[in-house]
Design a binder for this molecule. Structure first.
Ligand code: QAP
Ligand code: CO
Length: 173
């Protein structure tokens, strides 16, 4: 399946993604196609809506201590529900749909999650650190929320200005 990343300000990023009900070949093809595009673009997380499929599916691949991404650490999360969350943490986030822009964002420090795997099996997981942050970032995508929505008014203004400039320069070259 040929996929391309949907970039801000594309309005599709504002769609509320729908629950996955069929854990079929179509879903597996989509997940299989999402992985290489995430790795090729240096991503650690990607929601299906970012490749124009508004369904509640996301993938994550958090680098290990050496900063290496390995296939074994691929997590496929379908229909996630956060069941518990605690604490506070700040991390400089980015997003494949908002290229070249990074800002400090406040999130919960730890969380508990229920979800389904690609076969529809129910799973749960406890997350902290970068995994916890990444899950919260990707679940926001399922609701049409971007990390830039969490910026203060003045930071958001600054972002819009810089981003518009970047898009203009990109168009000109
Ligand atoms: C979400 O983000 C995330 O601007 C995943 O030029 C962010 O993979 C989870 C990326 C922060 C946890 C912490 C962004 C690649 C990748 C860019 C990403 C870029 C190239 C973002
Ligand atoms: Co994102």
């Amino acid at each position: 399946m040929k996929l391309t990343i949907v970039e801000y300000p594309d309005k599709r990023l504002r769609l509320k993604s729908k629950a996955v009900v069929s854990f079929d070949k179509k879903l597996h093809d989509l997940l299989d196609s999402m992985y290489p595009i995430m790795i090729d673009t240096n991503g650690i997380g990607l929601a299906a809506i970012q490749v124009a499929h508004p369904i509640r599916a996301l993938i994550l691949n958090i680098p290990d201590e050496e900063g290496e991404q390995s296939d074994e650490n691929l997590l496929e999360i379908i229909n996630p529900v956060i069941t518990d969350k605690a604490g506070e943490t700040v991390y400089q986030e980015g997003c494949l749909s908002v290229p070249k822009f990074y800002e400090d964002i406040k999130r919960f420090d730890t969380l508990s999650l229920n979800y389904q795997d690609r076969e529809g099996n129910t799973k749960s997981l406890e997350a902290d650190g970068l995994l916890s942050i990444a899950i919260q970032h990707e679940i926001d995508h399922l609701e049409g929320i971007l990390f830039i929505d969490k910026l203060s008014y003045s930071r958001r203004k600054k972002f819009e200005k810089e981003y518009k400039r970047m898009l203009k320069e990109r168009k000109e070259s």
